[in-house]
Design a protein around this ligand. Structure first.
Ligand code: NAD
Length: 347
């Protein structure tokens, strides 16, 4: 089995590399460390690349930019990929506004380059695209909410299980990032429906784990633990710190991709986050970290929320569990946070 992982030095990509390497698959990683260009030295993922090269036995790395259409085509022509896990991206909605061309060229253009090369040279391969809950724009903020002591919660029985895949994707505020990811999301669906490629689209909630090069603009939980342990400054943007995210460990993300790869459903879309059980507000995450470490950041509160930020979002995992009944979360929130704390303390 030969597997291509784009964004292989990032959080999700590196988890995919380790997973497929452990299965004995010939695993090719593509990453040009553009995260360092996006976020500066703290976003540098080269240490993660080097770690993979030292611990993985069947892994090779290629420093390739997915915007380079000719090189992407050459890569597919020279290999026989069975599975493509496409995670390379400009991942921040705030940054997209500052670098609109880079955002769209990487997220939408890069995805199209990969899809078309896959169609030409590896039409039997399973192609997995990591999309985002930002494709729903800020429309989840129109759901009736109730304010609890430490979090916002849906106050509409229709959303008791979270947001499902048929939630509307247009006519709301997305940020340029949400728009470029939605373009790629729909394009990947189309390569499944129109061309019959075995594409799967997974709309991520908060994907997390110790191997994230967490920065203020991306990698919320990882960054929060880093700052808390240093008792450094942290700004809460709006919603009283009660905004809710669903956290899923990258290991559980890859297990879902593997379930799909073994039983692909062309063009299908899945919401993939920690769901209701792993949903927590920022204040609640701070509390968990403090209970475990005795530390918390120096907090500043800004009334102004981030543009388009969700007040409460958690994924309805019912469709995923229905289609892949053997898949379920292995990591609950406490275990995720413990692992990140351990990792940060050891580095
Ligand atoms: N982390 C989250 O909370 C989250 C949530 C929803 C969706 N997602 C999506 O999941 C995917 C993976 O996210 P992540 O958290 O692992 O991000 P990440 O930034 O940790 O990893 C992405 C990797 O892609 C590489 N990359 C960027 N541009 C590239 C290019 N032009 N060519 C080659 N490599 C390039 C970066 O250097 C980085 O190592 C992304 O598509 C992201 O939009 C992430």
């Amino acid at each position: 089995m030969q597997v291509l992982v784009t964004g292989s030095s990032g959080l999700v990509g590196s988890e995919a590399v380790e997973f497929f390497d452990s299965l004995g698959a010939d695993t090719v990683g593509v990453d040009n460390n553009m995260r360092a260009d996006f976020f500066g030295p703290k976003g540098d993922t080269s240490a993660n690349r080097d770690r993979l090269l030292s611990v993985c036995r069947h892994f090779s790395h290629i420093d390739l930019d997915i915007r380079d259409r000719a090189e992407v085509d050459k890569l597919f022509a020279g290999n026989a990929f069975d599975i493509v896990i496409h995670t390379a991206a400009q991942p921040s909605h705030d940054l997209a506004a500052r670098r609109p061309f880079d955002d769209f060229d990487v997220n939408a253009g890069g995805t199209l380059n990969l899809l078309e090369a896959c169609r030409r040279h590896a039409s039997e391969a399973v192609f997995i695209f990591v999309s985002t809950n930002k494709v729903y724009g800020d429309r989840p903020n129109t759901i009736k909410l109730k304010e609890l002591e430490t979090r916002w919660e849906y106050d509409d029985p229709a959303y008791a299980g979270g947001i499902s895949e048929d939630f509307p994707v247009d006519q709301s505020l997305h940020s340029l990032f949400g728009a470029s990811k939605l373009a790629a999301d729909v394009m990947t669906q189309e390569y499944g429906r129109y061309f019959g490629l075995k594409t799967g689209i997974f709309r991520g909630g908060c994907l997390t784990g110790p191997n994230h090069a967490g920065v203020e603009l991306h990698g919320f939980l990882n960054y929060l633990v880093h700052v808390a342990l240093q008792e450094g400054p942290y700004t809460i943007y709006g919603y009283k710190g009660k905004q809710v995210r669903d956290q899923i460990h990258s290991h559980d993300v890859i297990r879902a991709f593997w379930a799909f790869a073994q039983n692909p459903k062309p063009g299908e879309v899945y919401n993939l986050g920690g769901g209701k059980t792993n949903a927590a507000s920022l204040l609640e995450c701070l509390e968990i970290i403090e209970t475990r470490t005795g530390k918390r950041p120096q907090l500043t509160y800004s009334e102004q929320n981030r543009i388009g930020d969700h007040i409460c979002y958690y994924s309805d995992l019912a469709k995923l569990k229905r289609d892949f009944p053997d898949w379920d979360l292995e990591y609950d929130l406490d275990r995720i946070i413990d692992e990140i704390i351990q990792h940060v303390s050891a580095t």
